[in-house]
Ligand binder design. Sequence first.
Ligand SMILES: C[S@@+](CC[C@H](N)C(=O)[O-])C[C@H]1O[C@@H](n2cnc3c(N)ncnc32)[C@H](O)[C@@H]1O
Length: 350
Amino acid sequence: MNKLQKKILDKIQAEGAISFREYMAMCLYDENYGYYQTRTRIGREGDFFTSAHLGSILGRVLGKRVIDLAPKEGPVHVVELGAGEGYLALDMLEYISKENLPLYQRIEYHFIEQNPSVFNGNQKRLNMHLARMIFYDNLSELNTLPFAFIFSNEFFDAFPVHLVTRRENKLTEVYVGYKAPNYTRVFREPSGEVWRELKELGVSVGEGCTIEINSDIEGVYSRLADKIEKFHMVTIDYGYTQDELYHPDRKEGTLMGYHKHAAYENIFQLEGEMDLTSHVNFDALIHYGEKFGADPKYFKNQRTYLMDFGLFDLFQDGKEPTTTEAFQLKTLLLPGSMGDVFKILVQEKE
Ligand SMILES: C[S@@+](CC[C@H](N)C(=O)[O-])C[C@H]1O[C@@H](n2cnc3c(N)ncnc32)[C@H](O)[C@@H]1O
C-alpha cells in the first residue's frame, strides 16, 4: 500500500465514505502525494502526451494568433492556465521572438501552474524567455489586466469531478467507501453543489448512466472575468457538447486512468501514480463563459483550427517539413488522431 492509499483509507475509516470528487482530488492534488504534485508525468517517460509535448506546431499556430490579434501598442498579456512543464509557452515564445521581435519584447507571459516544482524544474528550458514570464501557482494571484490572450491545453480535463448516476429512477452521487480488501461505491443523495450544477446546465441523466460533473468551471470563469477586462480565450481539450457527453448510450461516462501510456478503466488503483481524467463538457464552458460576459466565437476540432489559423503558413518557406514535423502533422491531421479528438473553443470577452 502506498502512502496516498493509506491516507485515503485512514480518512474513510475515520469519516466514513468520501465523495468521489474528494477521492479524485486526493489522487491528483493531495499536497504531499497527489499525482500532479509529485513529479513530471507527461511526455515519453511519463504517463501520457499532450499536443504540447508532441512538438512545436500547436505552439507556433497559437503564437501566430497572438501576432495577428495583438494590440498595436503596450504590453501584450498572455495567460496560460495549467501550464504544466511549459512546452506550449516555450513554443509560442520561440515563434513570436523569431517572427516579430518588437512584439515579443512587449509580451508578458503569465504562467499559471498550481505545482510550482513543475516550472522550477523547467526554468532551464525556458531560460531564454524568463524575462518575459511571470509565474503564479494560482489564478487568484494575477493582477487585473485590461486585455489578455488566455490559453489552456488539457486544463479542464484535469479537474476532480463528481460522479452522478441514475439507478431505478433515483439520482445519486457516488461516494467511495472501503470494505477490505476493496473500495466500495456508496450511493448517496447528491450534494447541493451537484444539484446546482445539474440545474444550471439543464443536465438530465439517463437511467443506468453515470456521468461526471466538474463543479469548478464556474469559479474559473468568474475569476477570469474578475481579473481580465477583455480577453481572447482558446481552450484546447478533449470533450464533447453536453448532448454528446451525457448521451444515454454512454453508460459509464468518460473517466479514465493513464499510467505509463496505458489506459485503465478501473481507476481505483495506483492512487497518486496514475493520471485520472474525464472528458470536458464544452457546453458548460460556453455556458459559464456567457454568464461572465464571454461569447463563444469558434468551436471545432483541433485539426480544423490549425488549418483555419495558419498551419500551412508555417511551411511557406519552401523547405520540406522535417521528419519530426511530418510526424507531428500526421498526429495532428489524420482522421482518428489527436487533431480529431481534441476540440478548440474560442471565447471572447469584449
Ligand atoms: C493535464 S496537465 C496539462 C499540462 C500542460 N498544459 C500540457 O499541455 O502539457 C494539467 C495541468 O494543470 C495543472 N492544474 C490543474 N488545476 C490547476 C489550477 N486550479 N490552477 C493551476 N494549475 C492547475 C496541473 O498541475 C497540471 O500541470
